[in-house]
Design a protein around this ligand. Structure first.
Ligand code: MIC
Ligand code: SF4
Length: 755
């Protein structure tokens, strides 16, 4: 079945003329990114050229996707917007709330028992408002989207940072907070600063041990976790067209780790093959009919320096397999240098776990290549030295790999197959003994490896690699093992070498599935009741936030000055806290508990300036709130990196934090703060970070004349009676300033629909 074919036809019907209009106003050949963006302007045909990195532009995305951990808040907001039905095709996917412990069947059953209240809520809201609902076990949002919804040249947003995965099918797919999704579902335009463009030219061809994952591991090493901020990465060249569609998806997926707005590839044969293999021949035929518009103009790829803000070239024939980590996805080490790096840094070389799968790397191709190695365990008389787990990305992949005997083979060598869900990738992993907090090493094919992310243990060092490399390392159990050059000792004491992985781009016998886990919404949802128990610990209806009081904010106290990396996992931890994603007050008890306090190097221990006592961040903030004292959070570079979870912005808002002042922001988090009516500020001089002291009382001056491109003033009143005056920047435009004044964007929508 092809979903939303009419919508795709409509997009394609106007694509050529919109691209033409854009080419005229821009006055030069266009990149693919520009074509898709200009073809999705809210206004219709382009009348002006936009300035990259400067112009705020209103877009009309074709669809919205949400996963269960973010959909709750997105839909709680949407329910207040006063609409009967979503304005664009939208879907909800239940994937984040399933804890991996024993095996897929038992784990799924336990999740159904534990989280039925949330699943029922999501199912009934979806049913009511015309949203497609994918049940627990159906798979991870991004795999399901790639298999069913993504289409070349389309534009979508999703309440998950890895929505960008759909770039593998030539989309512009962007991760957003729930409030943004709510706007689009309510029929409003979606605003984005017109991105900068990074071109990545791929020459040569992948072979042997090197996989698409290594491309993005390498790019992460080059660009670092903030190098892609505000930019779209467009891949091209012979290396791009020779790669599978799902391989492209892997590269785009992990583009979230360099902060890129999204990544994409031009439409090619691999995408056509994938569309056909997933039952979308009609979409492939439609895309073929406008294929010259679904890639950049020829001049662009012939002379990329002229059209992109930055160009990177990678020769796939020379690219080595990489392992990135620990604790950050941009610390890239080629496998040949791992031994040296591990010795130098004291990384434990015994591998405890190898985990493959996740939304990033669970295609049929990935699994088939991993299987080609797993097969050698028996054939060569080896034994798995580390624990080994597989999380398939979707029921379609799982069913197909079961039919083709892959799951059997994994089971035979002692691997565990978890449910089709996020599981260990997001801390939904009951790893035995993790509470002992021992220093240990794991390798996985996921995309993020921040401290505590997989198992809650701050001393687990997680390295990210391709599924094939992870499989080889799980067989060897040793981080020093380089499968390209090294041998292993088998059970008979012989030296054996692993043959390089081989696999299938697509299942030779085709994909198959019994029940994909989809629930179609009611044609008329007006009678569907959505019930939220007021006593629920998991769900809580939202109360509007208070509007700005109309005066400068004076006498704010410093809640925390966070030191170093402060990702959304540090601000609003996942794992055990995911269960409170629909209950703002309860989840607020994890506010910033992972952030390191600059003044004592401890996590979750800050000074209450009123009592002088130290306490947890949430308790201290609740005490300030009770006393009617506003606070400010200070942070370092790339604050809010990682997830799209708007809880990281709503929690401080709910508990009375007024401003977040940092050296720099990650894109989604900055927007989330603005949307919720918070002040998101950056130091005009980054060294001023050092002027913030633990006992400071802070005034924010200039709010009564708050205007785009005008700095605000901060008075830092120190405990010794001195005052420092510093200036802070912001990126609010007129409309975003209105959000601040109204106490949040939703208050404006609510007003509009009510009036
Ligand atoms: C992640 O990979 O960090 C998540 C969990 O998928 C998040 C979404 C969330 O926090 O719910 C993301 O990437 O946006
Ligand atoms: Fe789920 Fe992990 Fe993918 Fe996020 S990155 S959607 S947690 S599998």
């Amino acid at each position: 079945m092809v979903f939303d074919l009419e919508m795709i036809k409509k997009v394609y019907a106007s694509f050529a003329s919109r691209v033409e209009a854009a080419r005229k106003v821009v006055g030069r050949p266009l990149t693919l990114t520009e074509k898709i963006l200009y073809a999705h302007l809210w206004q219709g045909n382009a009348t002006d050229a936009f300035e990259r990195g400067k112009s705020y532009v209103d877009f009309a995305p074709d669809r919205v996707a949400m996963q269960d951990a973010t959909a709750q808040m997105a839909l709680l907001q949407f329910m207040q917007a006063g609409r009967d039905k979503v304005a664009v095709p939208s879907t909800v996917h239940c994937d984040h709330l399933i804890v991996a412990k024993e095996n897929s069947v038992a784990d799924l059953q336990r999740a159904m028992n534990e989280s039925s209240e949330v699943f029922d809520f999501l199912s009934s809201v979806s049913n009511k408002y015309g949203i497609g609902f994918w049940k627990p076990g159906a798979g991870i949002i991004h795999q399901v989207v790639l298999e069913n919804y993504a289409f070349p040249g389309g534009m979508m947003i999703g309440t998950d940072s890895h929505t960008v995965n759909a770039g593998g099918l030539g989309m512009i797919a962007i991760g957003v907070g729930g409030a943004d999704a709510c706007d689009v579902m309510a029929g409003l335009p979606w605003e984005l600063k017109f991105p900068k463009l990074i071109g990545v030219k791929l020459t040569g061809k992948l072979s042997g041990w090197t996989a698409p994952k290594d491309v993005i591991l390498k790019v992460s090493g080059i660009l670092t976790v903030k190098g892609g901020t505000g930019a779209v990465v467009e891949y091209f060249g012979e290396g791009a067209t020779s790669m599978s569609c799902t391989g492209k998806g892997t590269i785009c997926n992990m583009g979230a780790e360099i902060g890129a707005t999204t990544s994409t590839f031009g439409y090619d044969e691999s995408m056509s093959r994938y569309l056909k293999a997933t039952g979308r021949e009609e979409v492939a035929a439609l895309a073929d009919s406008i294929k010259q518009h679904l890639t950049a103009d020829a001049e662009v790829y012939a002379d990329p320096e002229k059209y992109f803000d930055q160009v990177i070239e990678i020769n796939l024939s020379e690219l080595e397999p990489h392992l990135n980590g620990p604790f950050t996805p941009d610390l890239a080490t080629p496998i040949s240098q791992m031994k040296e790096a591990a010795a130098k840094n004291g990384w434990p070389t015994k591998i405890e776990f190898g985990l493959i799968g996740s939304c990033t790397n669970s295609s049929y191709e990935d699994i088939s290549r991993a299987v080609s190695l797993a097969r050698q365990v028996d054939e060569k008389g080896l034994k798995l030295k580390a624990n080994f787990t597989i999380t398939p990305g979707s029921e379609t992949v799982r069913y197909t790999i079961e039919r083709d005997g892959f799951l059997n083979l994994f089971n035979k060598i002692g691997a565990t197959v978890f449910a089709n869900a996020c599981g260990p990738c997001i801390g939904m992993w009951e790893r035995l003994g993790a509470e002992k907090q021992e220093k240990n090493t794991i390798v996985h094919s996921f995309n993020r490896n921040f401290a505590k992310r997989a198992d809650g243990n701050p001393n687990t060092m997680a390295f990210v690699g391709s599924p094939e490399l992870v499989t080889a390392l799980a067989i060897a159990g040793d981080l020093n093992f380089n499968p390209l050059t090294d041998t292993l000792t088998n059970e008979k004491g012989e030296q054996v070498k692993l043959d390089p992985p081989t696999g299938y781009e697509l299942p030779p016998k085709g994909f198959a599935v019994d029940d994909p886990g989809y629930q179609k919404p009611a044609a008329d949802g007006s009678k569907v009741q959505v019930v939220v128990d007021p006593k629920s610990k998991r769900l809580q209806l939202l109360d509007p936030f208070a509007a700005w009081e109309g005066v400068d904010l004076k006498g704010l106290r410093l809640l925390i000055k966070a030191k170093g990396k402060c990702t959304t996992d540090h601000i609003s931890m996942a794992g055990p806290w995911l269960k409170f994603r629909g209950h703002l007050d309860n989840i607020s008890n994890n506010l910033l508990i992972g952030a390191v306090n600059y003044f004592n190097d401890k996590t979750d221990l800050v000074k209450n300036q009123v009592t002088g006592e130290y306490g947890t961040v949430p308790n201290t903030q609740r005490a300030y709130k009770a006393a009617g004292i506003g606070t400010i959070v200070v942070g370092d570079e790339n604050y809010g990196e990682g997830s799209s979870r708007e809880h990281a912005a709503m929690e401080p808002r709910h508990l009375g934090v007024r401003a977040v002042l940092v050296k720099s922001f990650a894109r989604i988090h900055e927007t989330n703060l603005k949307k919720q009516g918070m002040l998101a500020l950056t130091f005009a001089n980054k060294e001023d970070y050092d002027k913030i002291l633990e006992d400071d009382t802070i005034d924010i001056i200039g709010l009564t004349s708050f205007a785009p491109n005008v700095s605000l003033q901060l008075n830092l009143h120190h405990a010794d009676g001195t005052t420092d005056v510093i200036f802070v920047n912001h990126s609010y435009n007129e409309q975003q300033i209105e959000w601040f004044k109204a106490g949040g964007a939703l208050n404006i929508i609510r007003r509009e629909f009510a009036g």
